[in-house]
Design a protein around this ligand. Structure first.
Ligand code: ATP
Ligand code: MG
Length: 425
Protein backbone atom coordinates (compact mmCIF):
# COMPACT_ATOMS: atom_id res chain seq x y z
CA UNK A 1 0.00 0.00 0.00
CA UNK A 2 2.70 2.43 1.02
CA UNK A 3 4.33 2.32 -2.38
CA UNK A 4 1.19 2.14 -4.44
CA UNK A 5 -0.92 5.04 -5.58
CA UNK A 6 -4.70 4.96 -5.08
CA UNK A 7 -6.59 3.15 -7.84
CA UNK A 8 -7.56 5.35 -10.75
CA UNK A 9 -5.04 8.03 -9.82
CA UNK A 10 -1.92 8.64 -11.87
CA UNK A 11 1.51 10.14 -11.56
CA UNK A 12 2.47 12.44 -14.38
CA UNK A 13 6.15 11.62 -14.60
CA UNK A 14 8.85 13.88 -16.04
CA UNK A 15 8.73 12.21 -19.45
CA UNK A 16 5.08 13.21 -19.80
CA UNK A 17 5.14 16.61 -18.13
CA UNK A 18 6.33 18.50 -21.23
CA UNK A 19 3.33 17.27 -23.20
CA UNK A 20 1.01 18.39 -20.41
CA UNK A 21 2.61 21.79 -20.38
CA UNK A 22 2.29 22.05 -24.13
CA UNK A 23 -1.42 21.23 -24.01
CA UNK A 24 -2.07 23.67 -21.19
CA UNK A 25 -0.13 26.41 -22.94
CA UNK A 26 -2.13 25.80 -26.11
CA UNK A 27 -5.36 26.06 -24.12
CA UNK A 28 -4.25 29.38 -22.64
CA UNK A 29 -3.16 30.72 -26.00
CA UNK A 30 -6.47 29.81 -27.67
CA UNK A 31 -8.45 31.30 -24.80
CA UNK A 32 -6.56 34.56 -25.15
CA UNK A 33 -7.49 34.63 -28.85
CA UNK A 34 -11.14 34.29 -27.99
CA UNK A 35 -11.07 36.70 -25.06
CA UNK A 36 -11.41 34.19 -22.22
CA UNK A 37 -9.61 34.79 -18.91
CA UNK A 38 -8.51 32.24 -16.36
CA UNK A 39 -10.25 31.42 -13.08
CA UNK A 40 -8.95 29.04 -10.42
CA UNK A 41 -11.43 27.73 -7.88
CA UNK A 42 -10.85 25.33 -4.95
CA UNK A 43 -10.77 21.59 -5.59
CA UNK A 44 -13.06 21.22 -2.57
CA UNK A 45 -16.58 22.68 -2.39
CA UNK A 46 -19.58 22.26 -0.12
CA UNK A 47 -21.36 19.09 -1.12
CA UNK A 48 -24.69 20.91 -1.62
CA UNK A 49 -23.16 22.86 -4.50
CA UNK A 50 -22.89 19.70 -6.56
CA UNK A 51 -26.34 18.44 -5.54
CA UNK A 52 -27.70 21.69 -6.95
CA UNK A 53 -25.24 22.43 -9.70
CA UNK A 54 -24.73 18.96 -11.15
CA UNK A 55 -28.10 17.48 -10.30
CA UNK A 56 -29.16 14.80 -7.86
CA UNK A 57 -30.25 12.34 -10.54
CA UNK A 58 -26.91 12.27 -12.34
CA UNK A 59 -24.39 9.43 -12.14
CA UNK A 60 -21.88 11.88 -10.79
CA UNK A 61 -23.92 12.85 -7.74
CA UNK A 62 -25.55 9.47 -7.25
CA UNK A 63 -22.43 7.39 -7.20
CA UNK A 64 -19.20 9.06 -8.24
CA UNK A 65 -18.41 11.79 -5.72
CA UNK A 66 -15.60 11.82 -3.18
CA UNK A 67 -17.56 13.24 -0.26
CA UNK A 68 -16.44 13.41 3.34
CA UNK A 69 -17.09 15.27 6.56
CA UNK A 70 -14.34 17.68 7.49
CA UNK A 71 -13.14 18.25 11.05
CA UNK A 72 -15.70 20.99 11.50
CA UNK A 73 -18.52 18.56 10.72
CA UNK A 74 -19.30 19.99 7.25
CA UNK A 75 -19.87 17.80 4.25
CA UNK A 76 -17.39 18.66 1.51
CA UNK A 77 -16.71 17.09 -1.88
CA UNK A 78 -13.72 16.95 -4.20
CA UNK A 79 -14.99 18.64 -7.34
CA UNK A 80 -16.18 16.11 -9.93
CA UNK A 81 -16.37 18.80 -12.64
CA UNK A 82 -15.54 22.45 -13.07
CA UNK A 83 -18.74 24.24 -13.96
CA UNK A 84 -20.45 24.21 -10.55
CA UNK A 85 -17.49 25.83 -8.77
CA UNK A 86 -17.10 28.37 -11.55
CA UNK A 87 -20.77 29.32 -11.28
CA UNK A 88 -20.43 29.53 -7.50
CA UNK A 89 -17.51 31.94 -7.91
CA UNK A 90 -19.43 34.02 -10.48
CA UNK A 91 -22.34 34.38 -8.07
CA UNK A 92 -20.31 34.74 -4.87
CA UNK A 93 -18.21 37.56 -6.29
CA UNK A 94 -21.26 39.16 -7.92
CA UNK A 95 -19.87 39.15 -11.44
CA UNK A 96 -23.49 39.23 -12.64
CA UNK A 97 -23.51 42.88 -11.53
CA UNK A 98 -20.68 43.85 -13.90
CA UNK A 99 -20.58 44.01 -17.66
CA UNK A 100 -21.62 40.85 -19.48
CA UNK A 101 -20.71 38.44 -20.89
CA UNK A 102 -18.14 37.06 -18.49
CA UNK A 103 -15.86 34.61 -20.32
CA UNK A 104 -13.79 32.33 -18.12
CA UNK A 105 -11.66 29.25 -18.52
CA UNK A 106 -10.12 26.81 -16.06
CA UNK A 107 -7.63 23.95 -16.08
CA UNK A 108 -7.32 21.51 -13.23
CA UNK A 109 -7.90 18.13 -11.60
CA UNK A 110 -11.36 16.61 -11.13
CA UNK A 111 -12.34 13.60 -9.05
CA UNK A 112 -14.92 10.92 -9.77
CA UNK A 113 -15.19 7.49 -8.22
CA UNK A 114 -15.53 5.55 -11.46
CA UNK A 115 -14.38 2.17 -12.65
CA UNK A 116 -10.88 2.91 -13.93
CA UNK A 117 -10.04 1.96 -17.52
CA UNK A 118 -8.20 3.52 -20.42
CA UNK A 119 -9.40 7.12 -20.64
CA UNK A 120 -11.39 6.85 -17.42
CA UNK A 121 -9.70 7.70 -14.14
CA UNK A 122 -10.63 8.74 -10.64
CA UNK A 123 -8.46 11.80 -10.74
CA UNK A 124 -8.38 13.36 -14.19
CA UNK A 125 -7.89 16.81 -15.63
CA UNK A 126 -10.16 19.11 -17.52
CA UNK A 127 -9.74 22.26 -19.52
CA UNK A 128 -13.09 24.02 -19.58
CA UNK A 129 -14.60 27.34 -20.59
CA UNK A 130 -17.79 29.13 -19.54
CA UNK A 131 -19.63 32.13 -20.92
CA UNK A 132 -22.05 33.79 -18.51
CA UNK A 133 -24.65 36.34 -19.51
CA UNK A 134 -25.05 35.62 -23.24
CA UNK A 135 -28.04 33.86 -24.75
CA UNK A 136 -27.08 34.61 -28.36
CA UNK A 137 -26.49 31.53 -30.56
CA UNK A 138 -23.31 33.33 -31.61
CA UNK A 139 -21.95 32.55 -28.14
CA UNK A 140 -22.71 28.84 -28.62
CA UNK A 141 -20.86 28.88 -31.93
CA UNK A 142 -17.94 30.78 -30.42
CA UNK A 143 -17.52 28.25 -27.62
CA UNK A 144 -17.66 25.36 -30.08
CA UNK A 145 -15.15 27.06 -32.38
CA UNK A 146 -12.77 27.64 -29.49
CA UNK A 147 -12.98 23.97 -28.51
CA UNK A 148 -12.25 22.82 -32.05
CA UNK A 149 -9.42 25.29 -32.57
CA UNK A 150 -7.84 24.09 -29.34
CA UNK A 151 -8.08 20.44 -30.38
CA UNK A 152 -6.65 21.19 -33.78
CA UNK A 153 -3.83 23.25 -32.31
CA UNK A 154 -2.65 20.40 -30.10
CA UNK A 155 -2.50 18.22 -33.18
CA UNK A 156 -5.76 16.28 -33.20
CA UNK A 157 -7.43 15.81 -36.55
CA UNK A 158 -10.26 13.66 -37.84
CA UNK A 159 -12.61 14.75 -35.08
CA UNK A 160 -16.38 14.68 -35.29
CA UNK A 161 -18.61 17.39 -33.84
CA UNK A 162 -22.00 16.13 -32.74
CA UNK A 163 -24.80 18.53 -32.02
CA UNK A 164 -28.26 18.41 -30.52
CA UNK A 165 -30.76 20.50 -28.59
CA UNK A 166 -32.07 19.22 -25.28
CA UNK A 167 -34.89 21.76 -25.17
CA UNK A 168 -35.83 23.93 -22.22
CA UNK A 169 -38.21 23.81 -19.24
CA UNK A 170 -41.07 24.58 -21.66
CA UNK A 171 -40.61 21.72 -24.10
CA UNK A 172 -38.49 19.16 -22.28
CA UNK A 173 -41.32 17.95 -20.01
CA UNK A 174 -43.29 17.05 -23.14
CA UNK A 175 -40.30 15.10 -24.42
CA UNK A 176 -39.82 13.37 -21.08
CA UNK A 177 -43.38 12.12 -21.22
CA UNK A 178 -42.98 10.89 -24.77
CA UNK A 179 -39.84 9.04 -23.79
CA UNK A 180 -41.50 7.47 -20.80
CA UNK A 181 -44.45 6.40 -22.92
CA UNK A 182 -42.03 4.78 -25.38
CA UNK A 183 -39.92 3.02 -22.78
CA UNK A 184 -42.53 1.86 -20.25
CA UNK A 185 -43.69 -1.12 -22.33
CA UNK A 186 -40.02 -2.03 -22.88
CA UNK A 187 -39.04 -1.77 -19.23
CA UNK A 188 -38.20 -5.43 -18.77
CA UNK A 189 -35.56 -5.24 -21.46
CA UNK A 190 -33.73 -2.24 -20.00
CA UNK A 191 -30.66 -2.55 -17.82
CA UNK A 192 -31.20 -2.16 -14.07
CA UNK A 193 -29.85 1.40 -13.99
CA UNK A 194 -32.12 2.52 -16.81
CA UNK A 195 -35.18 0.96 -15.22
CA UNK A 196 -34.54 3.23 -12.27
CA UNK A 197 -33.76 6.25 -14.44
CA UNK A 198 -37.00 5.87 -16.35
CA UNK A 199 -39.12 7.76 -13.82
CA UNK A 200 -36.49 10.15 -12.47
CA UNK A 201 -34.51 11.22 -15.51
CA UNK A 202 -35.67 9.44 -18.68
CA UNK A 203 -33.41 11.49 -20.97
CA UNK A 204 -30.48 9.60 -19.58
CA UNK A 205 -31.74 6.37 -21.10
CA UNK A 206 -30.53 7.72 -24.43
CA UNK A 207 -27.05 8.04 -23.00
CA UNK A 208 -26.70 4.52 -21.57
CA UNK A 209 -23.69 2.70 -22.94
CA UNK A 210 -25.07 -0.84 -22.60
CA UNK A 211 -25.74 -2.61 -25.87
CA UNK A 212 -29.38 -3.49 -25.18
CA UNK A 213 -30.26 0.06 -24.08
CA UNK A 214 -28.51 1.50 -27.10
CA UNK A 215 -30.52 -0.64 -29.45
CA UNK A 216 -33.77 0.44 -27.78
CA UNK A 217 -32.68 4.08 -27.92
CA UNK A 218 -32.31 3.83 -31.68
CA UNK A 219 -36.09 3.92 -32.15
CA UNK A 220 -36.95 6.28 -29.32
CA UNK A 221 -38.79 9.50 -30.12
CA UNK A 222 -36.46 12.38 -30.98
CA UNK A 223 -36.49 15.71 -29.22
CA UNK A 224 -36.49 17.60 -32.51
CA UNK A 225 -40.17 16.64 -32.85
CA UNK A 226 -41.20 18.54 -29.75
CA UNK A 227 -38.86 21.52 -29.46
CA UNK A 228 -40.72 24.74 -28.63
CA UNK A 229 -40.48 27.60 -31.15
CA UNK A 230 -37.90 29.51 -29.09
CA UNK A 231 -35.63 26.47 -28.82
CA UNK A 232 -36.05 25.77 -32.51
CA UNK A 233 -35.06 29.31 -33.43
CA UNK A 234 -32.03 29.10 -31.16
CA UNK A 235 -30.99 25.77 -32.63
CA UNK A 236 -31.28 27.05 -36.19
CA UNK A 237 -29.29 30.08 -35.18
CA UNK A 238 -26.44 27.97 -33.83
CA UNK A 239 -26.30 25.99 -37.06
CA UNK A 240 -26.23 29.14 -39.19
CA UNK A 241 -23.33 30.51 -37.17
CA UNK A 242 -21.47 27.21 -37.44
CA UNK A 243 -22.09 27.01 -41.17
CA UNK A 244 -20.77 30.52 -41.62
CA UNK A 245 -17.61 29.60 -39.69
CA UNK A 246 -17.12 26.48 -41.85
CA UNK A 247 -17.61 24.18 -38.90
CA UNK A 248 -19.02 20.80 -39.89
CA UNK A 249 -21.32 18.98 -37.48
CA UNK A 250 -23.54 15.97 -37.32
CA UNK A 251 -26.95 16.11 -35.65
CA UNK A 252 -27.12 13.39 -33.02
CA UNK A 253 -30.66 13.24 -31.60
CA UNK A 254 -29.49 10.90 -28.84
CA UNK A 255 -26.88 13.30 -27.52
CA UNK A 256 -28.18 14.41 -24.15
CA UNK A 257 -25.27 14.98 -21.75
CA UNK A 258 -25.52 13.48 -18.29
CA UNK A 259 -26.18 16.71 -16.47
CA UNK A 260 -29.54 18.21 -15.55
CA UNK A 261 -28.80 21.88 -15.96
CA UNK A 262 -28.28 21.80 -19.70
CA UNK A 263 -30.75 23.67 -21.90
CA UNK A 264 -30.87 23.83 -25.67
CA UNK A 265 -27.45 23.32 -27.26
CA UNK A 266 -25.60 20.12 -26.36
CA UNK A 267 -22.44 19.08 -28.20
CA UNK A 268 -19.59 16.63 -28.08
CA UNK A 269 -16.38 16.20 -29.98
CA UNK A 270 -15.61 12.55 -30.62
CA UNK A 271 -12.34 10.94 -31.54
CA UNK A 272 -13.11 7.72 -33.38
CA UNK A 273 -9.89 5.90 -32.65
CA UNK A 274 -10.02 5.72 -28.86
CA UNK A 275 -13.19 3.67 -28.78
CA UNK A 276 -15.69 3.68 -25.94
CA UNK A 277 -13.98 6.56 -24.18
CA UNK A 278 -13.96 8.54 -27.40
CA UNK A 279 -15.55 11.77 -26.23
CA UNK A 280 -12.70 14.20 -25.77
CA UNK A 281 -14.78 17.32 -25.25
CA UNK A 282 -18.36 17.91 -24.25
CA UNK A 283 -20.47 20.90 -23.45
CA UNK A 284 -23.65 22.80 -23.83
CA UNK A 285 -25.89 25.60 -22.73
CA UNK A 286 -27.09 25.80 -19.12
CA UNK A 287 -29.50 28.69 -18.85
CA UNK A 288 -30.95 27.38 -15.59
CA UNK A 289 -27.77 26.83 -13.66
CA UNK A 290 -26.79 30.22 -12.26
CA UNK A 291 -30.25 30.68 -10.76
CA UNK A 292 -30.18 27.13 -9.41
CA UNK A 293 -27.01 27.97 -7.50
CA UNK A 294 -28.52 31.14 -6.02
CA UNK A 295 -27.75 33.88 -8.55
CA UNK A 296 -30.08 35.91 -10.76
CA UNK A 297 -31.40 34.23 -13.92
CA UNK A 298 -28.35 34.22 -16.19
CA UNK A 299 -27.78 32.28 -19.38
CA UNK A 300 -24.58 30.31 -19.72
CA UNK A 301 -22.74 28.00 -22.04
CA UNK A 302 -19.48 26.10 -21.82
CA UNK A 303 -17.50 22.95 -22.47
CA UNK A 304 -15.00 20.72 -20.73
CA UNK A 305 -12.29 18.66 -22.37
CA UNK A 306 -10.69 15.66 -20.68
CA UNK A 307 -6.94 16.10 -20.94
CA UNK A 308 -6.05 12.43 -20.36
CA UNK A 309 -8.24 11.45 -23.28
CA UNK A 310 -6.60 14.04 -25.46
CA UNK A 311 -3.22 12.63 -24.58
CA UNK A 312 -4.46 9.14 -25.33
CA UNK A 313 -5.71 10.30 -28.69
CA UNK A 314 -2.48 12.13 -29.41
CA UNK A 315 -0.52 9.05 -28.53
CA UNK A 316 -2.40 7.09 -31.12
CA UNK A 317 -1.27 9.69 -33.59
CA UNK A 318 2.26 10.44 -32.61
CA UNK A 319 3.96 7.38 -31.35
CA UNK A 320 6.64 9.80 -30.35
CA UNK A 321 4.55 11.37 -27.61
CA UNK A 322 7.64 11.12 -25.49
CA UNK A 323 9.24 13.67 -27.76
CA UNK A 324 8.97 16.09 -24.87
CA UNK A 325 11.99 14.35 -23.35
CA UNK A 326 14.10 14.89 -26.50
CA UNK A 327 17.82 15.25 -26.12
CA UNK A 328 20.10 16.70 -28.77
CA UNK A 329 23.54 15.74 -27.52
CA UNK A 330 24.64 13.09 -25.06
CA UNK A 331 28.06 13.78 -23.56
CA UNK A 332 30.45 10.89 -23.00
CA UNK A 333 33.77 11.32 -21.20
CA UNK A 334 36.46 8.67 -20.85
CA UNK A 335 38.70 9.39 -17.89
CA UNK A 336 38.72 11.92 -15.07
CA UNK A 337 40.37 14.77 -16.94
CA UNK A 338 38.03 14.38 -19.90
CA UNK A 339 35.09 14.38 -17.52
CA UNK A 340 36.15 17.75 -16.15
CA UNK A 341 36.57 19.18 -19.60
CA UNK A 342 33.20 17.79 -20.71
CA UNK A 343 31.52 19.89 -18.03
CA UNK A 344 32.74 22.98 -19.85
CA UNK A 345 31.59 21.80 -23.31
CA UNK A 346 28.20 20.79 -21.98
CA UNK A 347 27.60 24.16 -20.42
CA UNK A 348 28.62 26.04 -23.58
CA UNK A 349 26.36 23.86 -25.71
CA UNK A 350 23.41 24.33 -23.38
CA UNK A 351 23.91 28.06 -23.42
CA UNK A 352 23.54 27.95 -27.20
CA UNK A 353 20.16 26.30 -26.76
CA UNK A 354 21.27 22.70 -27.17
CA UNK A 355 19.53 20.09 -25.04
CA UNK A 356 22.51 18.24 -23.67
CA UNK A 357 22.80 15.52 -20.99
CA UNK A 358 25.74 13.37 -19.95
CA UNK A 359 26.86 10.32 -18.00
CA UNK A 360 28.13 10.92 -14.51
CA UNK A 361 29.97 8.04 -12.86
CA UNK A 362 32.99 6.67 -14.80
CA UNK A 363 31.71 3.97 -17.18
CA UNK A 364 32.92 2.12 -20.22
CA UNK A 365 32.39 3.63 -23.67
CA UNK A 366 29.95 0.84 -24.43
CA UNK A 367 27.84 1.50 -21.34
CA UNK A 368 27.76 5.22 -22.07
CA UNK A 369 26.78 4.71 -25.71
CA UNK A 370 23.94 2.54 -24.53
CA UNK A 371 22.79 5.30 -22.20
CA UNK A 372 23.06 7.75 -25.09
CA UNK A 373 20.78 5.53 -27.17
CA UNK A 374 18.26 5.26 -24.38
CA UNK A 375 18.17 9.03 -24.02
CA UNK A 376 16.96 9.41 -27.59
CA UNK A 377 19.79 11.87 -28.34
CA UNK A 378 20.66 12.45 -31.95
CA UNK A 379 24.35 13.04 -31.27
CA UNK A 380 26.90 11.61 -28.90
CA UNK A 381 29.77 13.91 -28.03
CA UNK A 382 32.72 11.68 -27.13
CA UNK A 383 35.75 12.99 -25.30
CA UNK A 384 38.59 10.58 -24.50
CA UNK A 385 42.07 11.30 -23.17
CA UNK A 386 43.58 11.36 -26.65
CA UNK A 387 40.95 13.78 -27.99
CA UNK A 388 41.32 15.96 -24.93
CA UNK A 389 45.05 16.30 -25.47
CA UNK A 390 44.55 17.18 -29.12
CA UNK A 391 41.79 19.71 -28.34
CA UNK A 392 39.14 17.90 -30.39
CA UNK A 393 35.85 16.10 -29.73
CA UNK A 394 34.16 13.26 -31.58
CA UNK A 395 30.58 13.76 -32.73
CA UNK A 396 28.77 10.56 -33.52
CA UNK A 397 25.42 10.63 -35.28
CA UNK A 398 23.48 8.07 -33.27
CA UNK A 399 20.85 7.51 -35.90
CA UNK A 400 23.21 7.11 -38.87
CA UNK A 401 26.26 5.79 -37.06
CA UNK A 402 28.81 8.00 -38.87
CA UNK A 403 31.13 10.15 -36.81
CA UNK A 404 33.60 12.94 -37.22
CA UNK A 405 36.20 14.82 -35.30
CA UNK A 406 35.78 18.49 -34.60
CA UNK A 407 38.11 21.01 -32.96
CA UNK A 408 36.52 21.86 -29.61
CA UNK A 409 36.54 25.52 -30.56
CA UNK A 410 34.12 24.80 -33.40
CA UNK A 411 31.61 22.94 -31.29
CA UNK A 412 29.28 25.87 -30.69
CA UNK A 413 29.24 26.98 -34.31
CA UNK A 414 28.59 23.36 -35.29
CA UNK A 415 25.53 23.42 -33.07
CA UNK A 416 24.33 26.73 -34.42
CA UNK A 417 24.56 25.43 -37.98
CA UNK A 418 22.91 22.19 -37.00
CA UNK A 419 19.92 24.15 -35.66
CA UNK A 420 19.72 26.41 -38.67
CA UNK A 421 19.68 23.52 -41.10
CA UNK A 422 16.70 21.99 -39.43
CA UNK A 423 18.67 19.28 -37.73
CA UNK A 424 17.88 20.92 -34.40
CA UNK A 425 14.48 22.18 -33.33
P1 ATP B 1 -18.53 9.90 -20.12
O1 ATP B 1 -19.84 9.75 -20.79
O2 ATP B 1 -17.36 9.44 -20.94
O3 ATP B 1 -18.50 9.40 -18.71
P2 ATP B 1 -19.16 12.48 -19.12
O4 ATP B 1 -20.42 12.79 -19.79
O5 ATP B 1 -19.20 11.97 -17.74
O6 ATP B 1 -18.29 11.48 -20.02
P3 ATP B 1 -18.36 15.23 -18.78
O7 ATP B 1 -18.84 15.27 -17.39
O8 ATP B 1 -19.11 15.98 -19.81
O9 ATP B 1 -18.17 13.70 -19.24
O10 ATP B 1 -16.83 15.68 -18.84
C1 ATP B 1 -16.22 16.22 -20.01
C2 ATP B 1 -15.05 15.42 -20.46
O11 ATP B 1 -14.20 15.07 -19.37
C3 ATP B 1 -15.39 14.08 -21.08
O12 ATP B 1 -15.77 14.24 -22.41
C4 ATP B 1 -14.10 13.33 -20.95
O13 ATP B 1 -13.20 13.70 -21.97
C5 ATP B 1 -13.58 13.81 -19.63
N1 ATP B 1 -13.89 12.85 -18.55
C6 ATP B 1 -15.05 12.68 -17.90
N2 ATP B 1 -14.92 11.73 -16.95
C7 ATP B 1 -13.64 11.29 -17.01
C8 ATP B 1 -12.88 10.31 -16.27
N3 ATP B 1 -13.41 9.61 -15.29
N4 ATP B 1 -11.58 10.13 -16.62
C9 ATP B 1 -11.02 10.84 -17.61
N5 ATP B 1 -11.68 11.78 -18.34
C10 ATP B 1 -12.98 12.00 -18.04
MG1 MG C 1 -19.23 10.04 -16.93
Amino acid sequence: MLTQRPRGMHDILPDEAPLWNEIEETARRMCARYGFVEVRTPVLEHTELFWRGVGETTDIVEKEMYTFTDRGGRSVTLRPEGTAGTVRAYVEHKFYGGSQPVKWFYIGPMFRYERPQAGRQRQFHQFGVEVFGADDPAADAEVIALGLDFLEAIGLTGLGLELNSVGCPTCRPVYRERLQAYYRPLQDRLCGDCRERLERNPLRLLDCKREICRSLAANAPQIGEVLCPACRVHDEGVRRHLDEADIAYRINPRLVRGLDYYTRTAFEVVEERIGAQGTVLGGGRYNGLVEEVGGPPTPGIGFAAGLERLILALRHRREDARAGADVDVFGIALGDEASVELTGWMRRLRRSGCRAVRSFEPKSLKAQLKAADRSGARWALILGEDERRRGVVILRNLAGGDQRELPGTELESWWTEETEHGGGQ
